[in-house]
Ligand binder design. Structure first.
Ligand code: FAD
Ligand code: NAP
Ligand code: SF4
Length: 680
């Protein structure tokens, strides 16, 4: 008897006429910076090869520029010569060798006015809010040159062995700049009427089709909702999509937002599958298959999207960083083994936008496939791990997975360490998935888990372990402020875990990640946007039902005001929130501002007494008349076991917060733990 496929729609093949996708799972495009590294194509071959082996139906590579002016910065990846095409063969041949039924398409990306070099071009010389340079206005001749370069790039991609290309016509890059009037002020045949404005993508698509022939996948990524007041109307989106279909596209991929929009589309606070309703509406207008994307991170969500007829293919980009075996695990009904993308952006988009190699907070092997490997051990060691936070869990499962005999102790009654605190913050619901993943891996790898077990140095010494790994985390810092022992002062753990009451007028000392999270928690009313599309739409001013221009024109964001007065304080003179994640920090700050949380920098703490918190600000004394002060002033390492163990000649290793508490986050904790597990 054969077992039914657990996600029948996700694993139904899709016939494209000249070829077939084996399933509906697409690995979406992400620029990783492997493209530009020495030996990068070999590394990319390993990176994509693992995803192909993991069962994905189709892969779209990171964006490759068709010419020099289309590069984001000089020196990044471009495909305009046969020599460059030859390098891409390393990738396409590896993917096809590993999984002949996996398709791989190359994304052609011309960034237009988002480029960081003096030769940037655009339909009109209008600088983007997020860019330093005014673009050079394209002449008629130069427009034709760009079209030619797109076509040449697609032709070379075919020569390089790709199964197709994706042309990105969204996100505020060159093509999308032609489509909307605030970036296209031209009065010639490329501007003015919508017919003229959409000529640029249509010329590109129809000429690529002519050049590559009928049996080559041609995906067009359309700006289905720009999330800008002056974005496209729904009629314009439909008109363009139909024209692109007619011009020869095989598939239309729906994309949301421009980089300069002020609505989050990828962060944890965005509910799962939030934008699939927009794809559904467009799909009804077209005959060719349609791809949806954004915040689809588990197979049941993807299956539901397909079951509802919202799309034909589901794109998952970050989930493939988090778990290259996502598709196989879904097909084999091993969903609880999936290492789920928690939409933190900390190691992927934050890295990409800072010029660093992309990787993944929950999977540090992403983009390090040739360097970080957990090979079976020849001699199994007996290893104790103290602390089952992110560092301890990551070390334990990877070391045990290699064959070591691992005992994992935690004084708490559950695994997870601070992640059990973090998951209580509205918008961080996804953190529970990481705990579920580790729980399952602990079971599968045979880690001996000892909960409710505060382990002591004598016990560890008596246990005759070959190696002892201290992953005991951190202890909150108590700042040296006069009156800090006042009963109105509580720690962030007391506040988040509800162990002590929080009053109506609250000062938060410390505006790092945890200060912001505490401000979010105590200023938040009702359901989290992370689990409610209605709340998300209301808080960010998106009208999914009526789709006004850009999805947002004329819609005011409405955030429930906090029912308490809150001050978020820091001593540094830098803007409050400047140290938060590059691609998510602004969303946290906007939400708190909309709830009237007062953010003060350059604060000097004087004293605490019954009147409240006395500070000086710009040299002026002030009293904040608060009834609660929550301390979020960072942490110190907790490694009380270390000295006794070292004195007893034990082999001791420190990881995570126990090693260095400053600037610790789960990304560093898991990464450090994984490298140690691979080496020990
Ligand atoms: P911990 O998570 O602190 O784990 C240490 C473990 O050791 C604990 O479970 C403890 O019980 C155990 N332990 C200690 N001593 C003993 C002993 N003697 N015997 C047995 N067990 C012991 N990071 C991010 O990257 N992104 C975020 O968005 C994020 N948000 C956060 C939000 C909040 C509210 C908080 C509190 C933290 C957040 N963090 C975030 C930080 C992240 O959780 C920490 O960096 C991470 O948990 C550190 O991992 P760790 O394993 O070093 O330590
Ligand atoms: P943090 O980011 O180091 O911030 C600590 C804050 O306390 C800073 O604002 C600091 O600013 C202040 N401070 C430090 N020493 C102080 C003192 N002696 N007296 C008064 N104020 C003091 O640490 P955290 O907020 O506790 O976060 C811990 C880690 O968890 C961080 O590294 C963070 O990356 C991670 N985390 C990440 C996220 C995320 O969303 N990515 C969310 C939560 C936590 P001043 O010195 O200027 O006052
Ligand atoms: Fe997802 Fe965070 Fe990993 Fe990026 S770093 S892929 S957002 S879990």
């Amino acid at each position: 008897m054969t077992t039914a496929v657990p996600f029948p729609r996700l694993f139904a093949p899709l016939d494209l006429g000249f070829t077939r996708l084996k399933n509906r799972i697409l690995m979406g495009s992400m620029h990783t910076m492997l493209e530009e590294m020495p030996g990068g194509f070999e590394k990319m071959a390993a990176y994509f090869g693992e995803r192909a082996a993991g069962g994905v139906g189709m892969i779209i590579t990171g964006g490759i520029a068709p010419n020099d002016v289309g590069l984001p910065t000089p020196g990044l990846a471009k495909l305009s010569t046969p020599e460059e095409a030859a390098q891409h063969r390393i990738v396409t041949e590896r993917v096809h060798a590993i999984a002949p039924d996996c398709k791989i398409c190359m994304q052609i990306l011309h960034v237009g006015r988002y480029a960081y070099h003096p030769n940037l071009v655009a339909p009109s010389p209008i600088r983007a809010r997020i860019s330093p340079c005014v673009p050079n206005e394209l002449t008629e001749e130069q427009i034709w040159e760009q079209i030619h370069d797109f076509v040449n790039c697609a032709r070379l991609a075919k020569e390089a062995g790709y199964d197709g290309v994706e042309v990105i016509g969204s996100a505020g890059y060159l093509i999308s700049e032609f489509l909307v009037t605030h970036t296209n002020k031209r009065t010639d045949g490329w501007g003015g009427s919508y017919e003229n404005r959409m000529r640029f993508p249509l010329e590109i698509i129809s000429r690529i089709r002519q050049a590559v022939g009928p049996d080559f996948i041609l995906v067009y990524r359309i700006a289905a909702m720009e999330l800008l007041d002056n974005g496209s109307s729904w009629d314009e989106v439909v008109t363009l999509a139909k024209a692109i279909e007619k011009a020869g596209a095989t598939i239309i991929s729906t994309h949301f937002t421009w980089h300069e929009a002020r609505v989050p589309t990828l962060a944890t606070m965005v509910p799962r599958a939030a934008f699939t309703g927009v794809t559904a509406r467009l799909r009804k207008e077209l005959k060719i298959p349609v791809i949806t994307s954004n915040r689809i991170n588990m197979p049941d969500v993807a299956e539901q999207v397909l079951a509802d007829g919202r799309a034909d293919i589901v794109s998952m980009a970050r989930p493939m960083l988090a778990d290259p075996e996502f598709a196989n695990k879904a097909r084999e009904n091993r969903v609880d083994e999936i290492n789920t993308c928690i939409a933190c952006n900390q190691a992927c988009l934050d890295h990409a936008f800072s010029g660093k190699l992309t990787t993944c907070l929950v999977n540090p092997r992403a983009c390090y496939e040739t360097e970080l490997n957990f090979l079976p051990v020849k001699i199994a060691k007996k290893i104790a791990v103290v602390g089952a936070g992110p560092a301890g869990m990551a070390f334990a499962v990877n070391a045990a997975g290699r064959g070591h005999q691992v005992t994992l102790f935690d004084s708490a009654g559950e695994i997870g360490g601070q992640f059990n605190v973090a998951k209580r913050i509205p918008g961080k619901e996804e953190f529970s998935e990481t705990l579920r993943y580790f729980r399952k891996q602990i079971e599968l790898t045979g880690v001996n888990l000892q909960l409710n077990h505060r382990v002591s140095a004598p016990e560890l010494i008596a246990g005759t372990f070959d190696e002892i790994v201290l992953a005991t985390g951190v202890t909150p810092r108590t700042p040296d402020i006069k009156g800090i022992e006042h009963p109105m002062v509580i720690g962030y753990l007391d506040a988040i875990l509800g162990r002590k009451p929080v009053g109506r007028k609250v000062a938060i000392i410390g505006a790092g990640g945890i200060g912001f999270d505490v401000a979010e928690l105590i200023s938040h009313k009702g359901v989290s946007s992370g689990v409610s599309l209605q709340v998300f739409a209301r808080e960010w001013g998106v009208d999914f039902d009526n789709h006004p221009r850009g999805g947002v024109a004329g819609v005011e964001p409405h955030v429930e005001k906090a029912d308490r007065e809150i001050w978020l304080l820091q001593r540094k003179n830098t803007p409050v929130g400047a140290g938060l994640g590059r691609t998510t920090g602004w969303t946290h700050k906007i939400l708190l501002e909309r709830r009237d949380v007062r953010m003060l920098n350059g604060v000097e703490y004087q004293r605490i007494d019954d009147e409240g918190l006395h500070i000086t600000l710009g040299g002026q004394p002030q009293t904040l008349p608060v009834d609660t002060i929550i301390v979020c002033a960072g942490q110190e390492p907790l490694r009380e076991l270390q000295d006794a163990l070292v004195a007893a000649n034990q082999n001791v290793h420190l990881i995570g917060g126990a090693d260095v508490a400053a600037e610790l986050d789960a990304k560093r904790a898991i990464n450090q733990a994984s490298w140690l597990a691979a080496a020990i």
